[in-house]
Write a protein that binds this ligand. Structure first.
Ligand code: 3EB
Length: 337
């Protein structure tokens, strides 16, 4: 495999994955097979039909983009398998995997998160793809519970307990979003690589793993973005947070503007590692917006239409952000065209 020597943020030379999965939002009717060269795919919506192989189903209602499937294309032959409750699919460069557990089988959310993350850590360390790059977490009732009993904070404690051997410079980019379905399911899916990516932080924001005590006993274990390859940037869920503080409580308009500022900053930082990455959203930018209140849809749709090239598909999902004062979060996968 060819890879280029590129200095990471820490100044250490790392071999950046030369080949990244191409990712697109593809209109696929439910039940239609994935493209033959798909590595993995993500569907959205709470359908009851069986989840196809090589697929994760995020059970959040699509307010915009219903029927779009996020397809991750393989580079070369794909092999699939199971390891305990983990399902995976891999090509020669990357591995996509998913696990879903019932909290009640692990004594609650903290135990479930610790179980999931220690399973992931063990699996990744023993696989040919040891480097966690990007990870998505969906859980029930993320803002339920007061103070340190808020379920997002409980999830963070379990996650860190499970990941205990991972250095913070190596934390993957991540998303953590709440459903409201009373299902007790913790769902996690991720992308890992044979080579590490380059984790980026956002100078406008304190590193989440350094958040002060007021946000809970265990700071969240994620990086703001991951340069997966010179032509692929995977940005974490990005909210209206500056420093460590939530900004613009009550205003989805101002939260959106703050989020777009945070994303612009990451796009320009990523250029040092991926000179082909555009500074603005392009046709190869995949955005998912998570909205707490469905009534904010028209504003958010209008903003995304304005920022993305005409006709670029995007998703708006009904989901809860991890702090109760945050109304909106954006996920962004950004590739060279
Ligand atoms: C934040 O910046 C907003 O816990 O994995 C964004 C992305 C957020 C990932 C996570 C949380 C997570 O703190 C919340």
């Amino acid at each position: 495999m060819s890879s280029r020597m590129i200095p990471s943020d820490g100044g250490v030379l790392s071999r950046l994955n030369a080949v990244a999965p191409r990712i697109e939002y593809l209109p696929l009717e439910p039940g239609r097979p994935l493209p033959a060269d798909a590595l993995f795919a993500v569907e959205f919506g709470n359908r009851q039909t069986p989840v196809p192989p090589r697929c994760a189903r995020v059970r959040l209602e699509p307010l915009a983009g219903a029927g779009l499937t996020e397809v991750w294309y393989a580079n070369g032959p794909v092999h699939t398998g199971f390891d305990g409750q983990i399902r995976f699919a891999a090509d020669d460069h990357h591995l996509a995997a998913a696990i879903e557990v019932d909290e009640r089988e692990h004594g609650g959310l903290e135990g479930a998160a610790a179980y999931v993350y220690s399973s992931i850590a063990r699996f990744q360390l023993t696989s040919r793809y040891p480097h966690l790059l990007r990870i998505w977490n969906y859980l029930d009732g993320i803002n339920l519970g007061e103070g340190d009993a808020e379920r997002y904070r409980v999830f963070c404690s379990g996650r860190t307990a499970g990941l205990r051997e991972l250095r913070q410079e190596r934390f993957p980019a991540a998303t953590a979003i709440g459903r409201r379905d009373g299902s007790h399911m913790l769902q996690v899916y991720w992308l890992a690589g044979r080579e590490p990516g380059i984790a980026l932080e956002n100078p406008r924001q304190l590193a989440a793993y350094h958040y002060p005590r007021q946000y809970g006993p265990t700071p969240p274990a994620f990086s703001r973005a991951m340069v997966v390859a010179p032509d692929l940037l995977m940005i974490s869920g990005t909210a209206s947070i500056v420093g460590h503080a939530s900004r613009h409580a009550g205003s989805v308009q101002r939260q959106m503007a703050e989020i777009l500022n945070n994303l612009d900053t990451l796009l320009s930082r990523a250029r040092a590692h991926g000179p082909a990455l555009p500074l603005r959203f392009s046709r190869a930018t995949l955005i998912k917006a998570y909205l707490r209140h469905p009534g904010d849809l028209p504003f958010v749709e209008q903003q995304l239409r304005e920022r993305l090239p005409a006709g670029t598909p995007f998703l708006v999902l009904l989901g809860d952000v991890c702090r109760a004062d945050l109304l909106l979060e954006l996920d962004c996968l950004h590739a060279a065209e």
